[in-house]
Design a protein. Structure first.
Length: 245
């Protein structure tokens, strides 16, 4: 798989460095580089890349504003010297956040994560089209494991790792991924994020109590405020009764 990419940064040296990294990295194809964010957004909309390496602090249109305007299928990798922007990157579903000065080793980790995400997204699209079984492949202990969607009970996140709790598995399946990547891959009609660290299979929920706690498998998961509106809309639409006991 080859991923197309565009670089947007108003610092010429930063652009040159990223161009060097892209050119020597197998699996990446550089479409264009821009120092002007206005010029960049027009090019991105006309020919959307897979990846956008994007600085945040830029004149006219900053990186965060630009990220809200790009096509849905383009994933953003923020490149900035200011780590305080890291939390804001979650707002636009960023693939990653690279802190300047960017080391090639960190760049490679981001590219590998992007390759894995796009590969799984492609596989999921094929699944939905009926070309593959209804499941996903995750790397566990160095090997790819095929997990049926219907067998997943819930998923929990821990930094850059996620744990799949699956029926008929004594221990969780642990893989190197981020929760946001998993959230994007799983079918939204079957799974919902209810906490920064939890995604649940909606048909596996056994009970919801008046404290907004979900009883699922052997776990009790609290639905946090950030996700409560969406979750309660689901309850109302499916006429699930909340247990007041």
């Amino acid at each position: 798989m080859k991923l197309t990419c565009i670089i947007v940064d108003d610092e010429p040296l930063a652009v040159k460095l990223l161009e060097t990294y892209v050119k020597k990295t197998s699996g990446l194809e550089l479409i264009a580089s821009f120092s002007d964010s206005i010029e960049a957004i027009n090019a991105i909309k006309s020919a959307p890349p897979n990846l956008l390496f994007l600085d945040i602090q830029m004149p006219d249109l900053n990186g965060m504003e630009l990220a809200h305007m790009i096509p849905h299928n383009t994933r953003v990798v923020f490149t900035t010297a200011f780590k305080e922007y890291a939390f804001d990157s979650y707002e636009v579903n960023a693939m990653d956040f690279l802190l300047k000065p960017i080391k090639y080793s960190k760049f490679l980790i981001t590219v590998e994560r992007a390759m894995e995400w796009f590969g799984k997204t492609h596989a999921t699209e094929n699944n939905n089209a009926g070309n593959l079984s209804n499941g996903i492949y995750i790397k566990v202990d160095g090997a790819l494991r095929h997990v049926l969607i219907e067998d997943i009970i819930y998923i929990s996140g821990m930094k850059d790792y996620v744990m799949f709790y699956v029926e008929n598995e004594r221990k969780p399946l642990i893989t190197y991924l981020r929760m946001k990547s998993i959230e994007n891959i799983l079918p939204k009609e079957k799974f919902m994020r209810v906490h920064r660290s939890y995604i649940v299979a909606l048909n596996k929920i056994e009970k919801v109590d008046r404290n907004n706690c979900i009883y699922i498998g052997k776990e009790i998961i609290h639905v946090t405020e950030a996700f409560s509106d969406q979750f309660h809309r689901f309850l109302q639409n499916h006429r699930l009764a909340v247990n007041d006991s």
